[in-house]
Structure formats: C-alpha cells, structure tokens
Ligand binder design. Structure first.
Ligand SMILES: Nc1ncnc2c1ncn2[C@@H]1O[C@H](COP(=O)(O)OP(=O)(O)O[C@H]2O[C@H](CO)[C@@H](O)[C@H](O)[C@H]2O)[C@@H](O)[C@H]1O
Length: 640
C-alpha cells in the first residue's frame, strides 16, 4: 500500500490542519512512552535469547487492528504492551510482568504480580536522569557504512546513549555498492514506504530496520544509494546528485519517528533529532518549515553535531525549488560566496548551503571538541560560517568524542595477532614485530616505528609529511602510512615506498583491520592535521599504548598532553602536541619523541601507561550530550 507520508501531508496544509490539531493529544500521550519502551526492550532482549526476536509483543487483537494512518497524523497506540503467553515461563521471575505504568515522579513502576509489586527506580537501572526518544540522522554509521570518523561516532554514540536508558533510532541510507551489501543482511523491510515531493517529482523511499545493541537502526532505501564507489563519490569525484540523495534522507528521517512502529510502537513527536554534518542538515529546516507550522513536532528539538565544517553541502541557488521547501524559507539556506570565490565577473555567488540551514534552525549546536567549538567562531576556522556560529554562541558547545572500546581494545581486538594491556605490554612488542613482518620491513625492536592513518586530504596535513620525508628518512626510523583519497598523494605514497624500501611503506586503500594492526604495532602515531574537529586516531593510539605526535589544534590539543619530564607529580603527559604547523616543528616533535623512545625507556613506558589508563569511553560524553538535550527541551524550539 502506498503511504501518503510527508508528501500528502505537507502538500495539502489546509486539509491537514484540522487532523493535525487532533493529533496533539496522542502526541502528549506519547511522552510517557520512552520509559515504557525501555522496560519492553529488556523483555525483547530476554525473549530473543529464548526464541525468535520477531515474536510480537502486542496482543493478537492489536495485530489485527486496522493499520494506523501513516505520516505525521499517526495516532499514538491505544494500549500498553502485553507480554505474549508463549515462552513466559522461561523468562525468569523478574519478567513475569502484568503491566507497566508510570508514577507521578520520574520512576518506572513495574507491577510484578498482585501480591508483590516492585518499584524499580529507573536511575538505578540506567544512568540517564531523564530518558528520551533520540533520532540520529547521519550519512554513515559503522559497521554498516564508514568513510571516516563520522561513521565511528554514529556507530557508537547511539549505543552508549541507549545503554544509558534512552530509546534511540539511527536513520541512514541503505548503501548497496557490491562490497558492503552484506552489512545490511540483518535489516528487514518494515513494510513502510513514503513518497517524497522534491526535485520535480515524487520519489518513493522504503524503510529497512535492524534492532541491534538496543538501538533501532533504520535504513532508507532508494536506487540513488545503490551504486559502486564510496559513500559520497567515486574515482571521478563527488556524486553529482548528493544534494538529492541527502534531501531524501532528511525527509525520510522526519517521517520515520511518526510512521515506523519499531518493536510495536512509533517514536512519536517528542524526539530529540541529532543531525550530523551537512547530510542531515535539512532536518531542522524541515521541522521548522514543514512540520511545526501545522502543529507537528512542536515537542521535538534538534541538535546539530558538527564533525567537520569543511563540508557544508553547497549547491547553486537555482536548486532551491528542487528541495520542496516553501519559497519564503529560502533565506534559511541562502549563501553568498565572497567575491574572491566567484568564478567570473557575472557570477553573483548565490548558493544554497545545507549546513548553514541547520546552523540557523537547530536548537543546539555541538562540535566534537571544545577547542573546535571556539575555532569555528574564528575567521581562520569558521569556513565562512564563523559569524553565524558566533551569533549562536549561547547554544554552541563542544563535547570530545569517545571511542567504542569494544571495538578498540588491545586486550580483545580480533584484528591483532597478540593481545596486551596496561599491566602486561609484552604483546605490543610482538604486534610490532608482526607488523614489520607483514609490511616487509626489517624486524627490529630498537627502531621507532611511526604510523599515519587517515584520509589523504588537505585537512590531514599530508603535504607536510611529504615535505618532511626526505629529512626523516635520513634518520634511523621506520614509517608506515595507511590512507586513501587524493590521487596525487596516493601516487606519492607508492613512489616514496620504492625510494625508501627499507624504511617506508605506503598502504593505499581503506582497511579497518590494517588500521587496527598499525595502531597497535607502531610506537608513534603522527597527526599533523591542519585542523581537527576532534580526531579519533589519537584516542585509539593512546588506548593502544602508541604515542601520539600531533599538531596542537582542535580536538588534538584537547586530548593530547605534551610530555613533561618535570611535572608537579613527576613525569606528565601522553604525547607531543606541536605548534605552529611547520615542517621544522613537526620534525622537532618527532625527533624528541624518537630520542625519548631510544634513550629514556622508563619515561616511554610511563607515556604509554598514562595514555592507556585514560578513560576514552563514551560514558562521559554521553552524559554531556544528555545535558545539552535537557537545555534544548527547557527552551522553546529555536524556530517555531
Ligand atoms: N585508509 C583507512 N583505512 C582504515 N581506516 C581508516 C582509513 N582512513 C581513515 N580511517 C579511519 O577513519 C576514522 C577517521 O577518523 P578521524 O576522526 O581521524 O577523521 P575524519 O576526518 O574522518 O572525521 C571527522 O569526524 C570525526 C568524528 O567526529 C572527528 O573526530 C574528526 O576530527 C573529523 O574530521 C578512524 O577510525 C580511522 O581509523
């Protein structure tokens, strides 16, 4: 059955206005649902151990009920969930629930039986003080699709928030490119599809779903996500229809909480949308221009997370009508290039800018480190958005990323030949020897092995490495680089390898297992990034006892403390953060690091252990995100 969805709802505002007002009550009723769902989720987790995960939690009567009207008119479910009869005996006494209600304070009350009622304080079960429905919207999330750090964060932060008690959905494209298709094997068609009115037509997208690690992973399916190449482009550059592809994603993400009954229940209108980078930036604009004027999503808020300001989703101004937004909202996306950036005398520099749209309509803005939250307000770091971001300073915060320590843990990492920990570092030396063997470098414990992992991009300072290599290769060091991107640098890596066969290896490509082995096997990780909103590799390095040598910028400055042998409590620091960004300064930092490695073994071990002992988990960051969400809900929506 075709679903009217946003298309029908938004194109006929007058007709839809009345039912939308009627939908307000069920929406308020929805506000209690997240906590109900948490308890239900625990049941699902238990049930899935006993039998098929797809076993419905709603009663047969509910299953036979006529389908609700989809789109943003969807009414709230009428009845609380009841547990299925079958299998209940296997579930253990704590799951023999007769009903779930909410008391007047912030607690979930589970009525266990008539004789015995038990109050479980949700704060004891889950660390979050207030639990919410959170909808992440992103262009990528690991392990489904990853091109860089955005994928890592959107693959792990939602899980951390769900573990703290929130109901979390992640909406992203279902990319099928031949090699990553298997990643979506456990995602099933939800039976929901909507038609999106944009780009001069009505485009049907369908929704797939997988419930994993207590998170609802929702994949938007459309033929434009099915093509060879990487997520955003191929050998010929960025895909020409990226604006179309991510417009679809944003529309679909706005509809998903209203129409998808995940685990039996929709998320409803009381959500926190977490929109990541430009791919998701149309979401707050849509909320403001196409939903709230009709009474929908007035109880929702949005947080824009800026992972990288360098990519803003800018296209010519004449594409605005394609976006399906009301004409009077043009100003939200309007972008005028400065004169020096225009191509010819008649070019007026007029464009639409997705990220700018989110900067002016989101309720809160988060950058992925505190240092970067200041840098984006400066002319040097603001990439043209600095004045706008400065004007929103009161809602701009920085939160340093965490890392997924299930994935990045030297004691359990399945990509490593040997394991090690802060208490027993012997496995790290073996990992180094194995890596040298794998790369065909001389197997020597005494030579410092320096690594680089990352996109071969101007941001990452590859040109500095290129300039420094002749000097560096005169020293007794080994250097391995893993990266892909700019074909010029890919070619340079290959030719440098043939010039310095005994010392340099350039691995051109994208390989997650190799990145783990390099992180573990190297002694030093080099990150001369020109700017770095947060950086994850330095966090992975510290977790693996590999010493980061970084340019003191953005998140690198926030997370790497320069080694100080004469600190108050003795030796201090976890690496070297150098500044300014020059070849000489970088070489100085590398030489200081390599001589410490050779001549001051106990200091080196101290550096390793301090890095490994730091808490890099998501726990702290997740708590800070919760605080931001709370502040957002205290305020009215920024654009009503
Ligand atoms: N060739 C390759 N093979 C295998 N793995 C590779 C690889 N190239 C890169 N990676 C992996 O991709 C990730 C890169 O993450 P970063 O945070 O360093 O940079 P990125 O610029 O993509 O992210 C942006 O978003 C993140 C998340 O917020 C910010 O930390 C960052 O500063 C910002 O630029 C790491 O997991 C790294 O191991």
């Amino acid at each position: 059955m075709a679903t009217p969805g946003v298309g029908a709802a938004c194109l006929a505002p007058s007709a839809a206005a009345a039912p939308r007002r009627r939908a307000a009550d069920p929406a308020r009723a929805c506000s209690a649902r997240p906590r109900l769902s948490l308890v239900r989720r625990r049941c699902v987790a238990e049930l899935s151990r006993e039998g098929p995960a797809s076993r419905p939690l709603h009663s047969p009567a509910q299953q036979l009920a006529p389908p609700v009207v989809p789109g943003f008119l969807a009414p709230a479910p009428q009845a609380p969930p009841t547990l299925p009869d079958a299998g209940v005996g296997d579930l253990g006494p704590e799951l023999l629930l007769e009903g779930i209600v909410e008391d007047s304070v912030d607690r979930t009350v589970i009525v266990a039986s008539e004789q015995d009622s038990e109050i479980i304080d949700s704060k004891e079960q889950f660390p979050a003080k207030v639990t919410r429905s959170i909808v992440f919207v992103t262009g990528e999330a690991a392990p489904y699709a990853k091109s860089g750090g955005l994928g890592d964060v959107c693959g792990s932060l939602p899980i951390a928030l769900a573990a703290r008690g929130h109901r979390v959905m992640v909406v992203m494209p279902r990319y099928l490119n031949g090699s990553s298709d298997k990643n979506y094997a456990k995602a099933f068609y939800t039976g929901k599809h909507i038609k999106i009115p944009c780009f001069g037509g009505s485009h049907e997208v369908t929704f797939f779903h997988e419930y994993r690690d207590s998170v609802d992973w929702v994949f938007v399916d459309h033929p434009s996500y099915h093509r060879p190449g990487s997520l955003y482009g191929d050998n010929f550059g960025a895909f020409g229809d990226n604006q179309f592809r991510y417009t679809l994603l944003c529309y679909a993400a706005c509809e998903a909480p209203l129409i998808l009954e995940l685990g039996g229940y929709i998320y409803g209108q009381n959500c926190m949308f977490v929109v990541n980078d430009w791919h998701a930036s149309l979401v707050p604009v849509l909320l403001a221009s196409k939903y709230r004027p009709y009474g929908v999503y007035r109880d929702s808020r949005s947080t824009l997370v800026i992972h990288n300001l360098a990519h803003q989703g800018v296209e010519p101004a004449n594409t605005y009508p394609d976006l399906g937004l009301p004409p009077e909202w043009y100003g939200a996306l309007e972008w005028v290039f400065p004169e020096w950036a225009r191509r010819h005398a008649l070019d007026k520099g007029e464009a639409v800018n997705f990220l700018k749209g989110a900067v002016v309509t989101a309720d809160r803005i988060v950058t992925v480190s505190q240092g970067y939250s200041w840098e984006v307000t400066t002319a040097e770091g603001g990439q043209g958005l600095n004045e706008l971001l400065s004007s929103r300073k009161s809602v701009l915060n920085g939160i340093v990323n965490g890392i997924d320590i299930n994935d990045w843990n030297p004691t359990t990492d399945t990509c490593l030949p040997y394991h090690y920990s802060v208490d027993d570092l012997s496995g790290k030396a073996k990992c180094k020897a194995e890596l040298q063997k794998e790369l065909g470098l001389p197997v020597r414990a005494d030579v410092p092995l320096i690594g680089f992992i990352g996109r071969l991009d101007y941001q990452k300072g590859i040109d500095l490495i290129k300039m420094a290599i002749p000097d560096l290769m005169r020293e007794d060091v080994q250097f391995v680089m893993l990266g892909s991107g700019d074909p010029i640098f890919e070619g340079w890596m290959r030719s440098t390898e043939s010039s310095y066969k005994e010392k340099f290896r350039g691995w051109v490509g994208f390989s997650v297992p190799v990145s783990h082995r390099i992180t573990a096997g190297c002694d030093i990780l080099l990150m001369p990034s020109r700017f770095e909103p947060c950086g994850l590799n330095q966090l992975y390095a510290m977790q693996y006892g590999t010493i980061p040598v970084v340019h003191a910028t953005g998140g690198l400055r926030d997370t790497v403390e320069t080694f100080n042998p004469f600190g108050k409590k003795g030796e201090e620091g976890t690496g070297w953060a150098f500044s300014p960004l020059t070849v000489d300064k970088m070489l100085w930092a590398l030489r200081t690091a390599t001589s410490t490695y050779r001549e001051h073994k106990p200091s080196w071990e101290g550096l390793m252990k301090r890095g490994m002992s730091k808490d890099h988990t998501w726990d702290h960051a997740a708590e800070q995100y919760e605080q931001i969400f709370e502040w957002a809900f205290v305020d009215q929506p920024y654009v009503m």
